[in-house]
Write a protein of this length. Structure first.
Length: 156
């Protein structure tokens, strides 16, 4: 199911009204932050957990701002929640529109794809981390934290 153009345009309007920082600054700052976590922990799995926890705390706070600025009403189902995250949330906070795909048969599980992830703009992971470090795990945490704040329990 595709979102209509009007919904995507509403996401564009929300993005145009939001405060912005440069993609370069965001990417470099986040990269430095992840590098620091890796230096302190020397364990990709632990860094994955920390990124998720930090993201969850961010999402827990962002949801209030998102709801007040977007003036979105309650979503009717999990598919609509996914579309709002992809088309509104990612646009409002990262300036990108994400794609929702790979729904399971029960409509309880999906994947979100970001074509141009601003967090990984200038990143080249060392080979030994490519299979173990979930570099953008912060985003999973943000989604989980935001949804749990509004009583939608999810797993990432």
């Amino acid at each position: 199911r595709k979102m209509n153009r009007g919904t995507t345009k509403q996401g564009d309007v929300m993005f145009s009204k939001s405060e912005k920082i440069s993609v370069e600054l965001l990417s470099l700052t986040y990269g430095t932050f992840v590098a620091r976590l890796l230096k302190e922990n020397d364990n990709a799995e632990e860094v994955n957990l920390q990124l998720h926890k930090i993201g969850s705390n961010i999402g827990n706070r962002l949801i209030d701002e998102f709801l007040s600025k977007s003036r979105k009403t309650a979503c009717k189902d999990f598919r609509e929640i996914a579309d709002v995250i992809a088309k509104y949330g990612f646009k409002m906070y990262l300036g990108v529109t994400a794609e929702v795909a790979k729904w399971n048969e029960d409509d309880t599980q999906f994947s979100i794809y970001i074509e141009n992830n601003p967090l990984s703009e200038f990143v080249m992971l060392p080979i030994h981390l490519q299979q173990t470090l979930w570099y953008s795990n912060l985003l999973c945490g943000v989604i989980k934290g935001a949804l749990e704040k509004i009583n939608v329990m999810v797993e990432c």
